[in-house]
Design a protein around this ligand. Structure first.
Ligand SMILES: CC(C)(COP(=O)(O)OP(=O)(O)OC[C@H]1O[C@@H](n2cnc3c(N)ncnc32)[C@H](O)[C@@H]1OP(=O)(O)O)[C@@H](O)C(=O)NCCC(=O)NCCS
Length: 201
């Protein structure tokens, strides 16, 4: 059956509009450094991430990489800034990597500390899933979270991921080994969720 809610795997030429009443995802710009420093250099927040805490040089490199991969054709990497509606400064972000024709990997969900519990994080996650399923035509998105990062596990399950197992991995960027919960969501599950383009919308 032809699915009219997706683009059948053809990547959009430009980033589609991804917004809720609370937040908007956009591509990063060079002038995001000051705003992202508040998020990516927060030692307590970043200690569970594969990137570790970032200094200015690493934030700059990550922004440069985000802008370069945004311009690539075909595009496989979406390191996106999350902004509150009505304010163009990022308050966090999320990354989606297209692994192959069906599967994406989501990671580096981050948000400014003062916005925890505001409802922004689930919106950021849902917008990433909209990009993956409705815009890019993927059928599965995977993710991994440190088992110790219980806040993140709760947040990620809130927007539809379910645990699939555990693994251990070394992350060179952070120079650390972590026990990880592997998680995923299928397009069929996503379609049943409030806010998706599916019958449960
Ligand atoms: C992961 C992260 C983005 C989640 O954000 P968050 O705002 O804490 O997540 P949630 O939306 O789940 O909200 C947290 C709490 O606030 C509550 N909340 C959510 N929306 C709310 C709202 N609109 N009003 C009041 N409370 C709200 C939730 O119910 C939740 O409470 P609970 O866990 O006791 O049930 C954030 O913790 C973070 O930046 N962590 C550091 C980076 C990190 O670890 N990232 C994950 C990498 S995989």
């Amino acid at each position: 059956m032809i699915d009219t809610t997706t683009r059948g795997g053809r990547p959009p030429a430009t980033l589609p509009v991804l917004e809720t009443a609370l937040v908007r995802l956009r591509d990063h710009r060079a002038d995001d450094l000051d705003a992202m420093r508040l998020v990516w250099s927060d030692a307590d927040a970043m200690r569970h991430l594969s990137t570790g805490v970032m200094d200015d040089a690493r934030i700059r490199r990550r922004l440069d990489e985000a802008m370069a991969t945004a311009a690539a054709t075909p595009r496989h990497h979406y390191q996106l800034a999350a902004c509150l509606q009505g304010d163009d400064r990022p308050i966090g972000g999320i990354r989606l990597d297209v692994e192959d024709a069906t599967t994406g990997y989501a990671g580096v969900l981050t948000m400014a500390r003062h916005l925890r519990g505001s409802g922004c994080a689930p919106d950021i996650g849902r917008l990433m899933l909209k990009l993956a399923f409705a815009e890019l035509g993927l059928t599965r998105v995977r993710s991994m979270t440190s088992l110790e990062n219980t806040d993140a596990v709760r947040a990620i399950t809130r927007f539809g991921f379910t645990p699939t197992g555990e693994t251990e991995r070394y992350f060179a960027e952070a120079d650390t080994t972590m026990r990880l919960l592997t998680m995923e969501i299928s397009v069929d599950t996503w379609r049943t969720m409030p806010g998706s383009a599916g019958p449960g919308a």
